[in-house]
Design a protein around this ligand. Structure first.
Ligand SMILES: [Zn+2]
Length: 359
C-alpha cells in the first residue's frame, strides 16, 4: 500500500535512540566530506548515506515535474536537548525505521528533516539529488493529497506550546529559501500540514510562525510572501464561485450538476472529497478543500477544471471561449486577468491565480 492515502504520515514514535547504532564513516567526517552536500549556495544537507539510512524496500519514484509548494511539519517527538549530529542522525534512522517497519512505507516519508540542533538531513532517498537538479521531485509520503506536488520538511520536536529553537528555525529558513531557489517557488508557497489535512501538525506555535517564515524566506529570494486567501462556501451559497467548486470536484471524480447552487449534493461531494484527502470533514469548502482542489491549470490542459477557469474569466468580463481546452486564447485571457490583479502574468492558473478568480 502506498502512503498516499495515509492520514498521519508522521505518527508519534518510540523515543529516539541515541548513540547506540554504528554510524557510517561518512557521518564522522567534516562537513565538506562526501556524504554531505551543499546545494548551490544553500545549507549543508546530510544525505541518506551520511546518517546511515537503510535502502528503500522498493524503488523510490522520481517525478519529472517541479514541486508546487513546501509543506512544514513537526515530528511530534519530545523537544530533545541533545543538539548533536549523532542525535540528529539517530532521529533520521528512527523515523525511517518506524515508517518502513510499522507503516510499511518504502522509505522515509518526507524529503528533508531539520533537527533541534539545526542539522539538515535528506529524508527519502533521491530528494537531495532532485533538489540539486531543480527540475524533478521524489514522490513522497508526508501529506495526503500532496505527495506528488509538495516538498515535505519535518522539524524535530512538538510545537504546540513552544516555538522551535532559534537555531532550528534559522536552518528551516535557509532550507526553505534553497528549495524555493532551486525549484523556482515563491515564499507564499510555503504551507503547514494542517492547511491540507485534519491534523494539529505542525503545532500551533510553529504554524503561527509560518507568516514570519514566508517573510524571512522572501527576504532572501525576493517575491511575494502572502499566501492565497480562499472564500468559505457552504450550503445555501450560490454563484460562479460555487460553480467553480463544483467543476473542480467533478475534475476529481464527482458527478455534480454545475449549477452554481451549493445544495445537499454539493455538500455531500465536498464531504466525500474531504474524507478522501483526510481533510476536516465538515462539508464546508474552506482553506483545506481549496488548497487540495486548486491544482495548476496551464496551456495544453483540458477538461472541467479548464472550463472552470474559462467561466471565471468570462464572469470577470474577459471574453473567453468556454470549451474546456486551455489554448493560446485562454492563456491570453489569464494573462489579462493576472495583469489586472497585479499577479505575475505568466498565463498559468496557479493557486494564487485560482484564489483571485474565486475571491
Ligand atoms: Zn505533518
Amino acid at each position: 500500500m502506498t502512503a498516499l492515502d495515509r492520514p498521519q504520515p508522521h505518527p508519534r514514535r518510540r523515543a529516539v535512540l541515541t548513540g547506540t547504532l554504528a554510524l557510517g564513516a561518512a557521518a564522522l567526517l567534516p562537513l565538506a566530506a562526501p556524504g554531505r552536500a551543499r546545494a548551490a549556495t544553500g545549507p549543508v544537507i546530510a544525505d541518506c548515506a551520511a546518517w546511515g539510512a537503510r535502502q528503500p524496500s522498493s524503488p523510490v519514484k522520481t517525478l519529472a515535474t517541479r514541486p508546487q509548494k513546501i509543506i512544514v511539519h513537526h515530528t511530534a517527538d519530545p523537544n530533545s536537548t541533545d543538539y548533536s549530529q549523532a542525535h540528529a542522525f539517530a532521529l533520521a534512522r528512527s523515523i525511517q525505521a518506524y515508517q518502513m517497519d510499522t507503516e510499511h512505507w518504502i522509505d522515509t516519508g518526507q524529503h528533508f528533516t531539520v533537527s533541534r540542533g539545526a542539522v539538515v538531513m535528506e529524508g527519502r532517498h533521491g530528494s537531495l539529488a532532485a533538489l540539486q537538479g531543480g527540475t524533478r521531485q521524489v514522490e513522497s509520503a508526508h501529506c495526503t493529497g500532496q505527495n506528488t506536488v509538495a516538498v515535505g520538511i519535518e522539524n524535530e520536536g512538538t510545537y504546540t506550546t513552544v516555538e522551535p529553537r532559534s537555531e532550528q528555525y534559522a536552518a528551516l529558513v535557509e532550507l526553505c529559501a534553497q528549495i524555493c531557489r532551486q525549484y523556482g517557488l515563491a515564499a507564499y508557497q510555503i504551507y503547514g500540514h494542517r492547511d491540507f489535512n485534519s491534523t494539529e501538525c505542525p503545532g500551533d506555535r510553529l504554524y503561527a510562525l509560518l507568516p514570519k517564515l514566508r517573510q524571512d524566506v522572501a527576504a532572501r529570494i525576493g517575491g511575494d510572501a502572502t499566501p492565497p486567501v480562499w472564500p468559505v462556501l457552504a450550503t445555501g451559497n450560490t454563484g460562479e464561485r460555487v460553480r467553480t467548486l463544483q467543476l473542480l470536484l467533478n475534475a476529481r471524480g464527482a458527478a455534480l450538476t454545475a449549477d452554481g447552487a451549493y445544495g445537499p449534493a454539493t455538500q455531500a461531494a465536498v464531504l466525500a472529497f474531504q474524507n478522501t484527502m483526510h481533510a476536516t470533514p465538515d462539508g464546508v469548502a474552506g482553506l483545506q478543500t481549496w488548497n487540495q482542489l486548486a491544482a495548476p491549470a496551464r496551456q495544453g490542459d483540458s477538461g472541467v477544471a479548464v472550463e472552470a477557469v474559462q467561466r471565471q474569466l468570462a464572469a470577470h468580463g474577459i471574453a473567453t471561449d468556454v470549451d474546456g481546452a486551455f489554448g493560446p486564447g485562454t492563456a491570453a485571457s489569464v494573462v489579462r486577468f493576472q495583469t489586472t490583479r497585479s499577479l505575475p502574468a505568466d498565463g498559468v492558473v496557479d493557486a494564487r491565480t485560482w484564489s483571485r478568480l474565486v475571491a
